[in-house]
Design a protein around this ligand. Structure first.
Ligand code: NAG
Ligand code: NAG
Ligand code: NAG
Ligand code: NAG
Ligand code: NAG
Ligand code: NAG
Ligand code: NAG
Ligand code: NAG
Ligand code: NAG
Ligand code: NAG
Ligand code: NAG
Length: 837
């Protein structure tokens, strides 16, 4: 992998007098001094002596020939040598021993089996230092291996956890500081008592919890599941409980580190930039901190404030809560009455701490409920695993700590409440049996009365307000015209102020609230990474879609207005029109035109509806999206990179014309993130270009990648993520194989087979594949894409291997990873959204 073989290297090194000598195996008769190293067969890892600025000497393993020496293993971390005059030997007992200058043993592998006859020490290409019998071919039968004794790093193939027969634990412990490998305060350790769960500890405190293992993944880190493509594994039975981290992006060059700074970091080597990039780290957001919201509090990174009490509970210490100290959590409003209690059904939550729960893997949910109800100390229950739609039973009998609310991931949880507290507000209703008929009727009547009252109030208000707000259709028409004039003649500065005010219709909160029936559930259209979308109708009958932004962004109103204003100026027939915004109190909302046919994904991926889309329509949609994107990238006054192009962000109007939505939102959210110097990686796995997903580098070419994925989805009617097709890893892999076998037409969604133009389809598949090529520089820019789509004569380049051909099960997870923003530009590709002002 890294060039010459070790044999060559041996000769090469031996030629240089006095230089470090590298070998790949150390025999019992040899010894290793500080002028020698052991190198793995393919030159990936190196083992030997090293010193740090604290002037102590260690033996350890590092990546050979990589920039920055990264030590993945240190043998004598707590017993350093004072100088370089140390020797490593294999003793007759089969022990590996490090001696110091005066020949005192400093460190030993402490191997107790003494049966070794001809032991040798070997460093393998996965970074494992093994002591084995020279003639032993079986590569699992080691006398000793460094993989069983990690320091601060887990490499692919290493594990974390417990041997339950011997009680021996394998954990990773941070260095003390950047230059001191001795054991620091942070460590990462598996808890297997209830449900397997990994805790990051620092200074004797739990800092972060991975979220209970749900049979497939860790509940608390949905994004990680998508990145490691679910190769993270837990093996737990009577004898063992181990966690095996996956290769990130299927690369051996990945590692998990507990940093001395107190966080876990997962790195992947990016060959194109020759850097180690942090793919995931924790704790990264406030909700990552263990128990951030206290007992019976639930944390939601997208909410403001991030903590709230579970329905049926109230804030215990309002004073501290107001100061954003949520640690006291929440208390019950009504005491429990054991047998008479009910259960609150919560969705998409991360399980509370499962350290000492009751678990029975063969009980079903009903048995679980009745067992919990009978046991008066039971506070909640749930399915233990999500496999097969939910199996097993888990029961809590203590305070529920460290719950999180997700919008898509997470599991169902049933929390015990006094009967009178169940059936409150929001999406969490009681368990099915709870709402009796009487309750139902009562609620219906109350809603009816409320509705009438609201309607009367609304009528009254409307009469009082007259036409003074900016929600009227005529107003908006003028504003649009004005802004179009501005657009074409932006140097005209006369009366700039007035016009600027007009350019951005500001809706009053009550107008939007009325239009959406007070943001009623019935009006809810969907939920995305940035907030919830509601359907509404203004007084004049104009239909609107309202995006209520999650209030977690601390952006000021002025900046918000500026951003919305700039985005509102973008107009194109393939972009959804932004009518204006609403800023009031903590609320920030964007008002869009409403689209009759909803989003592309709701039709494309729906078996019943997809036949509505024949080939001419699909081709029109592909071309429309391309034109919209071309406008954003090249023709608009501000260069906008969408960053989250996907089927659900393409809306269809009455004539099935595609319109891109959510453009520029990343820009609004980015602004406030810049001072904290962290960047929210927005986007959706399955559509994200590899360089963006892995390194956070994004450019117009990352949008081109997403566009390519979308094209192939439109042609095939299949989703790239969650794609199952014989042995193919995902849709891209599937298309790539068909293409190379000359069977590209097999990709077609069978529902429109008779309406096709073969050459158009082939051209579209070709363009799609060109757009998803792995290398950024190979992908075309949007003007070329539009040209290629529309030219029947142009000869298209042959696509190269697509990027990101990952495994199955890439859940659709919206942005949720925060990471350091290391650099703004790469390969001179412009990053973020370049501001034209
Ligand atoms: C390494 O150094 C030791 C003494 O420090 C010496 O005996 C040995 O020959 C050296 N080995 C090489 C390969 O230079
Ligand atoms: C290791 O020690 C040598 C001399 O003993 C010194 O020159 C070098 O700077 C040290 N390396 C580090 C990383 O401190
Ligand atoms: C290592 O040992 C050699 C010979 O025993 C001696 O000359 C040298 O000074 C020692 N090095 C250090 C750093 O003590
Ligand atoms: C070698 O180790 C012994 C025992 O730990 C210690 O007493 C001695 O000072 C060490 N010698 C050197 C040169 O570090
Ligand atoms: C080896 O065993 C000795 C004595 O039992 C102990 O003091 C030492 O810490 C052990 N070393 C390692 C590396 O486990
Ligand atoms: C990764 O390591 C495994 C095990 O050592 C090896 O079989 C595989 O070939 C390696 N893959 C690459 C791409 O180097
Ligand atoms: C290698 O050793 C392990 C453990 O002793 C044993 O289970 C396995 O069958 C062996 N494999 C081969 C190929 O000999
Ligand atoms: C720990 O974090 C610091 C600061 O972010 C970084 O410079 C360092 O490389 C990290 N250490 C490891 C072992 O990853
Ligand atoms: C938060 O509140 C708890 C209990 O009221 C208190 O012990 C703790 O010191 C507070 N933490 C901070 C950071 O103020
Ligand atoms: C809670 O459940 C655990 C596991 O079933 C049990 O060991 C413990 O005694 C229970 N505690 C209470 C207070 O019921
Ligand atoms: C788990 O539940 C099943 C079915 O209710 C029961 O037969 C079994 O004994 C339970 N196992 C344990 C360990 O409680």
């Amino acid at each position: 992998m890294k060039g010459s073989t070790s044999a060559k290297l041996f000769i090469l090194s031996a030629c240089f007098f006095n230089s470090v000598l590298s070998i790949d195996t150390l025999t019992a008769t040899q010894s290793l001094g500080s002028n020698q190293t052991l190198v793995s067969p393919q030159n990936i890892f190196e083992f030997g002596f090293f010193n740090t600025t604290i002037s102590k000497w260690y033996i350890g393993i590092w990546y050979k020939d990589f920039p920055d020496k990264i030590y993945v293993w240190v043998a004598n971390r707590n017993n350093p040598l004072e100088n370089s005059n140390g020797t490593l030997k294999i003793e007759e007992s089969g022990n590996l021993v490090l001696f110091n200058q005066t020949n005192n043993p400093i460190w030993s592998s402490n191997q107790t089996t003494t049966s070794a006859t001809n032991p040798v020490l070997h460093l393998s290409d996965d970074g494992n230092l093994v002591l084995k019998e020279a003639q032993e071919k079986n590569n699992t039968n080691y006398i000793w291996q460094s993989f069983d004794h990690p320091t601060d790093t887990l490499l692919p193939g290493m594990k974390l956890g417990w041997n339950l027969d011997t009680g021996v634990e394998i954990r990773v412990t941070s260095w003390k500081s950047q230059d001191d490998p001795s054991s620091g305060d942070g460590y990462f350790s598996l808890d297997y008592h209830g449900i397997p769960d990994i805790y990051l500890w620092n200074k004797q405190q739990r800092v972060f919890r991975s979220g209970s293992w749900n049979g497939e993944s860790f509940g608390g880190v949905p994004i990680l599941n998508t990145i490691s493509v679910l190769n993270d594994k837990i093996v737990a039975d009577k004898h063992q409980a181990y966690y095996y981290p996956a290769r990130l992006f299927q690369s051996n060059l990945s590692r998990l580190v507990v940093n001395w700074t107190g966080s876990i970091e997962r790195y992947a080597w990016i060959e194109s930039t020759k850097t180690w990039n942090i793919v995931w780290n924790a704790p990264a957001v406030d909700c990552d901190h263990y128990g951030a919201c206290g007992p019976f509090g639930i944390c939601d990174s997208n909410a403001f404030p991030i903590c709230k009490c579970v329905t049926g509970f109230s804030i215990k210490n309002q004073g501290q809560w107001n100061l954003r100290n949520f640690s006291d959590g929440c208390v019950r409003k009504t005491e429990l009455e054991c047998g008479k209690d009910k259960f609150l059904h919560m969705k998409n939550v991360q399980f509370p701490d499962t350290r000492s729960v009751f678990v029975n893997k063969s009980m079903n949910l009903l048995e679980c409920e009745s067992k919990c109800l009978k046991d008066c100390s039971c506070t909640a229950y749930a399915n233990a695993e999500i496999t097969n739609g939910g199996t097993g039973c888990v029961m809590w009998n203590y305070s529920l700590v460290d719950m999180r609310q997700f919008s898509e991931a997470g599991t169902d949880l049933f929390i015990r409440l006094a009967a009178s507290d169940v059936g409150g507000t929001g999406s969490s209703g009681g368990s099915k049996k709870n709402a009796g008929k009487i309750a139902g009727i009562t609620i219906a009547i109350v809603i009816l009365i409320l509705g009438v009252i609201i309607f009367i109030l609304w009528k009254k208000k409307r009469r009082q307000k007259g036409n003074t707000n900016h929600s009227g259709n005529s107003d908006r028409g003028q504003i649009t015209l004005l802004s179009e004039m501005m657009f074409s003649n932006s140097r005209d500065t006369s009366d700039q102020r007035n016009i600027d005010e007009l350019e951005l219709p500001l809706f009053e909160f009550h107008v939007i609230s009325d239009a959406t029936n007070s943001f009623s559930l019935a009006n809810k259209l969907g939920e995305g990474g940035f907030g919830t979308v509601y359907r509404g109708r203004l007084v004049d009958g104009q239909e609107i879609a309202v995006k209520r932004l999650s209030t977690s962004s601390g952006q000021g109103n002025v900046e918000f207005k500026n951003e919305v204003r700039s985005i509102a100026k973008l107009q194109h027939r393939n972009l959804v029109r932004l009518f204006g915004c609403c800023i009031e109190k903590e609320e920030k909302m964007l008002i869009y035109e409403y689209m009759e046919n909803n989003s592309l994904d709701s039709i494309l991926f729906d078996k019943a509806k997809s036949s509505m889309l024949d080939w001419p329509m699909r081709f029109n949609i592909i071309c429309g999206i391309a034109k919209g994107l071309l406008y954003l990238h090249h023709d608009s006054r501000f260069r906008i990179i969408h960053r989250d192009l996907k089927a659900s962000n393409v809306l269809l109007d009455r004539e099935m014309n595609p319109k891109i939505s959510d453009f520029g939102i990343a820009r609004i959210f980015d602004n406030d993130q810049t001072h904290s110097n962290t960047m929210r990686v927005v986007g959706t796995y399955g559509y994200m270009a590899p360089e963006y997903a892995m390194g956070g580098y994004f450019s117009a070419k990352s949008d081109v990648f997403s566009f390519g994925v979308l094209v192939l989805e439109i042609i095939s009617g299949m989703k790239n993520r969650g794609f199952h097709f014989s042995d193919d890893l995902n849709l891209l892999g599937h298309v790539w194989r068909l293409w190379n076998e000359g069977k590209a037409l097999e990709l077609l969604d069978s529902s429109f087979a008779d309406s096709i133009s073969e050459s158009e389809v082939i051209r579209c598949i070709n363009v799609g594949l060109i757009c998803v090529q792995e290398k950024v520089e190979d992908r075309p820019i949007m003007p070329s894409v539009v040209m290629m789509l529309n030219s029947e004569t142009a000869s298209l380049p042959q696509p190269k291997h697509p990027g990101f051909v990952l495994g199955r099960n890439q859940g659709e997870t919206d942005s949720s990873s925060a990471r350091q923003e290391d650099s703004n530009t790469i390969n001179q590709v412009t990053v973020t959204i370049v501001n034209g002002r």
